[in-house]
Every structure is written in C-alpha cells, then in structure tokens.
Design a protein around this ligand. Structure first.
Ligand code: ADP
Length: 557
C-alpha cells in the first residue's frame, strides 16, 4: 500500500511541474496585461493618445487652411487695381463677388474705400461699410508704416505678399468676424508708398471657403459607423460657441479637442470630434474589449490546462499500469514454470516410490500448466481485442449445460481448496446465441477471482437463472470484497485494486476487462455488487434473442 502511494505521489509533482512551466509564464503575461490596462484606464492613457493625435490633425488642418487662404488672396491681389487707379475699385468689386469691400491708401488724405455696389441697399451692410471705412482710414493714418514694413519683411521671408488678418464690426447686437487682406498694390513706390486691401464676404467664407477647406482635410469616406467613427472638424470664432462651418461628418456635438489659429485667421478656433461618439467612449470600449479578450484567453488557458492535466495524468497512470502488468505477468509465468520444472525433475530422478506422491506431483504439474494456459489465453485474447482482431463465433447454446460442464472440471479442485461450493442452475432456460469458449472463459475468470480473493470464509456460489428478457449468471463469494470507489475501475485493463491483500495475490489485471469485452460483444453487461469484508457478487446479464421471446409468448398464449 505504502509503496503504491509513494509511486503515485512521485508522478503528481512531475505533472504539476510540467503544468507550472506553462501556466506560470502565461498567467504572468495575462496579469501583467490586466495591470497595464488598469493603469491605462486610470490615467486615461488611451484618451490622451487620441487627444494628442487630434492636436496633430488640427495643426495640419490649420496649415492647409492657411495655404488655401494665401493662394486665394494671391489670385485676387493679382487682379487688384493699381495704386493710382482707385476709380477701378468698383469694377474690381463687380468682378469679384467674394469680396465685400476694397480700399487703396496712398498717403494722408488719399484714401479710397469702396463696397460691393449691389449690396448697398442693405442698411446693415451700409453700416458695416461706414464703420470699416472710418476704422481703416484711421488705422492707415497711424499704422501704415508698420504695415509697409511688415509686408516687405514677409515678401522677403516666406514669399507671401499679403497680410491676412481680421476685423470685427458690429452687426445688430453681435460682432461680425471679417477676414481682411492687406498688401502693397502695383504702382506703389519708395517716394509714393501706397497700401491696399480688401475684406472677404463673410457668407462666402462660412458657406464656401471653410467647408471646402475642412472637407479637404477630413474627406467624408462614406463608411462612417459605430465601430469606425469618422472625425469631424469645425471652425468657430472666439466670441461664439456655434461653429461657422464644419466638415461633412459633423453630428452637431461640441468638439472634444480645440486649437486657436496662430496666423491667418486670428480669433478663429478649430475643433475636432468624432461622429456619434466621444473619445472617452472609445477609451472605455477599448478597455472593455481588451478585458474581454484577456478573460477569454484566461478561460481558454484554464480549460487547456485542465485537459492537459487530465490527459497527462491518464497517460502516466496507464504507463504505470503497463509496467505493473509486465512485472505481474512475468511473476505469474515464472511461478508455475518453476513448479512444473521442480516436480518434473523430481519425478525424472525416479527417487519417489510412493505412487500416491507420484499422483500428487502429476496433478500439480497438470494444474500449473492449466493456469499457464488460462493466463496465456487471457493475454492472447487481450492482444486480439486491442488490435481489433478478436472474433466471436456465435451459435445456439444451452447455457445451463455450458455452465455445468465448465464448472465440473473445477468442482473437485475448488472443494479440495476448502470452499463450500454451491451451484443453482434453473431448468427451462431458453437457448442463447453465444460464443461457447468466450462465455466459458468469462465464467472461469470470475470463478478464479472468487477463489483468489477469498480469505477465511471460503464460499463460492454460481447461479444461473432467468430474469425478464435476459439470462443472468451470478458468481458470488464471501471474500475480501471491493471498496465502492474502486468498483467502476476494476473492469479497466491492467487495473488492480491498491490493497496489499490483492497485491500479494497473483494477477495481471486483465481478467475482468476481458469479461466485460466478451459480455458486451454478446449485447449484455457485467456488474458488481460488493462491500469490503463482505464478499462480492458479479452478475453477467445475457439478452435472450427476440425470436426466442416471441416463441415463448406464442407458447404461453
Ligand atoms: P487480476 O488478474 O488482478 O485478478 P482482474 O481483472 O480479474 O485482474 O480483476 C481486477 C481487480 O479486481 C483485481 O485485481 C481485484 O483487486 C479485484 N477483484 C476482482 N474480482 C474480485 C473478487 N471476487 N473479490 C475481490 N476483489 C476482486
């Protein structure tokens, strides 16, 4: 018992060690990931990354919008009247509807301001024109030198010939943002310096310029959905939360990241947000997805580990059973062979004169060779079954007769061994379709076990009787019995109960697995009822053929 347990325990740490070698690194990786994710979640790391990316997108957007504004201004400046032809301002305005007002300044008292003639009917526009004209004239008086200096510096620096800036004018009780361009007109000279400029139509800027510029930065890809939300960019003035213009995907929500224009549109603010979702939502969804993936991975790993553990344990147990089997079988073969040899040699020497002794020795030699034969038959049957080559030859058989004749040759020996042998065989049993040899071998295996595993109370009972649709063959002993938890396993190949009483008895662990195979091949079943110290009862149930049952029914009717 002790030896057996020591062996079992020496296998378990090996399996556990093997499992740990895989589980520990995998578990460490999962735990590290969970930790990392929780840190990311706590510090809003994912949101921060998205926000940084958005700042970057807004910086690019501003640069593109600036370039577009410079290009457009440059084209208009090319067509602007010369410094000494202020009277051409009106026709310039008529051909440039995107411009609301234009002016030329060429020294104190020489200021020409002209507004879009077609719009002068609008009193608000007239007011705007008046306010601008007086503001700009005042500015020119004070700042003209500063402007001239700045413009020359710009032309020498980044090559831009216009200074794009803004003007605020009153529109009712609100302030209107206007984009203005200042430049040195053709015809301006060192002796007669001149400045010119124009104001863009605010409706054109809001409805055409900005939407086109924004859509160029974030074009509408047309596959905006909840899993791939597209970003939308808006532009507003610092005095108003409502956007002036927005790119196509804008869903009306407030932008999540903003950036104030540095150069061309001072006082304008760019904003970016996602269609139909928020950055916080994306962060949450990302974290949830990662946690789910990690959870699923952990589950898979756990299930894999359990499966591997069970498989490896089973393989190790089978390997152990096989090695036990080899040693048991060699032992079983050696003992009868040694006895046969010993008694044969003794007889050969011719020293024994007592004829009764002769008889006894012959008997021993016969019995031992019979044991050898049955062991070898078991092993051969087993290997045939394992190779899937076991064949049965079924024929109609009187089972009562088969059982009786099988037991007959053993009765003397059993009783000789001090057993009380009881045999109850019902008459009138229907003939069964069985393989005679296989059924006889099954019975002998059960009888042998009953004899082997009986200690003081030596009783052997064999009963054959009819029960419903089957014929039952019972082998009963009053021997050592089998613990309940071992009972399901004794029919497995190589399995022997881990009891010292059993281990001191010769055996290969094959007998019952053969019995079960044979009985199942006959469409029946073998079961056991047993309790330690109270003996065992093995019951083979063999089905009666349907044709027999019908015949019986017909007779009884
Ligand atoms: P073995 O060659 O070991 O007898 P078996 O397959 O015939 O192999 O039986 C398997 C195990 O079942 C035995 O080792 C023994 O522990 C137990 N066993 C079988 N029959 C009996 C019985 N009649 N009484 C007690 N234990 C039994």
């Amino acid at each position: 018992m002790l030896k057996l347990q020591v062996r079992r325990w020496s296998e378990r740490p090996r399996v556990l060690l093997l499992m740990l070698a895989v589980v520990l690194p995998a578990a460490a990786l999962i735990i590290w990931n969970v930790w990392h994710l929780r840190d990311l979640q706590r510090e809003k790391g994912i949101e921060a990354v998205i926000q940084r990316n958005y700042q970057h997108v807004l910086a690019i957007a501003e640069k593109r919008i600036d370039e577009r504004a410079y290009r457009m201004t440059e084209e208009i400046r090319e067509k602007f009247p010369d410094a000494d032809q202020p009277e051409d301002l009106e026709s310039f305005l008529t051909t440039h509807p995107t411009v609301s007002h234009a002016f030329i300044w060429s020294g104190k008292g020489h200021f020409q301001f002209q507004s879009q003639p077609g719009m002068m009917d609008d009193p608000e526009f007239r007011g705007e024109s008046k306010e601008l004209s007086s503001n700009i004239e005042t500015w020119m008086g004070i700042e003209s030198e500063g402007y001239l200096y700045k413009l020359k510096k710009m032309a020498a620096g980044d090559g831009h010939h216009a200074l794009i800036t803004n003007e605020w004018v009153h529109r009712g009780d609100k302030m209107q943002y206007l984009s203005a361009a200042y430049f040195i007109p053709h015809g301006s000279s060192a002796e007669h310096p001149a400045l010119a400029g124009f104001i863009y139509d605010p409706d054109f800027m809001a409805n055409t310029f900005f939407p086109q510029a924004l859509n160029e930065v974030v074009p509408d890809e047309g596959h905006n959905d909840a899993s791939h939300p597209e970003p939308a960019i808006t532009v507003r003035t610092s005095k108003d939360q409502t956007p002036l213009a927005a790119s196509a995907c804008w869903d009306g929500s407030r932008p999540e990241v903003e950036r104030t224009f540095d150069g061309v549109f001072p006082g304008m603010i760019l904003g970016i947000g996602l269609h139909g979702t928020t950055i916080a939502d994306i962060g949450r969804r990302f974290a949830r997805q990662q946690f789910l993936i990690l959870g699923a991975l952990s589950l898979l790993m756990g299930a894999g580990m359990i499966l591997t553990y069970r498989n490896v344990s089973r393989e190790l147990a089978l390997a152990k059973l096989k090695s036990d089997f080899v040693s048991n079988v060699s032992h079983e073969l050696r003992t009868p062979l040694a006895l046969i040899r010993l008694y044969a040699e003794t007889l050969e020497l011719g020293r024994i004169s007592n004829p009764a002794k002769h008889q006894e020795y012959y008997e021993i030699i016969r019995k031992e060779s019979e044991r050898l034969t049955s062991l070898i038959n078991n092993i051969l049957d087993f290997s045939r079954i394992e190779a899937g080559k076991k064949e049965y030859s079924f024929c109609e058989t009187d089972v009562a007769d088969l059982v009786r004749s099988t037991l007959e040759s053993y009765r003397f020996e059993i009783e000789h061994n001090g057993f009380h042998f009881e045999q109850k065989i019902d008459t009138n049993l229907p003939p069964l379709h069985v393989d005679r040899e296989a059924i006889a071998r099954s019975l002998l295996n059960l009888v042998n076990n009953a004899v082997k595993y009986s200690a003081r109370d030596k009783y052997l009972g064999v009963y054959l009787y009819r029960q419903n649709g089957s014929v039952n063959l019972e082998v009963v002993d009053h021997g050592i019995g089998i613990p309940a938890k071992e009972q399901p396993r004794i029919f497995e190949k190589f399995y022997r109960v881990g009891d010292p009483l059993v281990h001191n008895t010769k055996g290969s662990g094959l007998g019952l697995s053969l019995v079960r195979h044979i009985v199942r091949a006959h469409g029946g079943e073998v079961t056991v009822e047993s309790a330690p110290g109270h003996g065992s009862k093995f019951i083979i149930t063999l089905p009666v053929q349907a044709s027999e049952l019908q015949q019986e029914e017909a007779v009884s009717a």
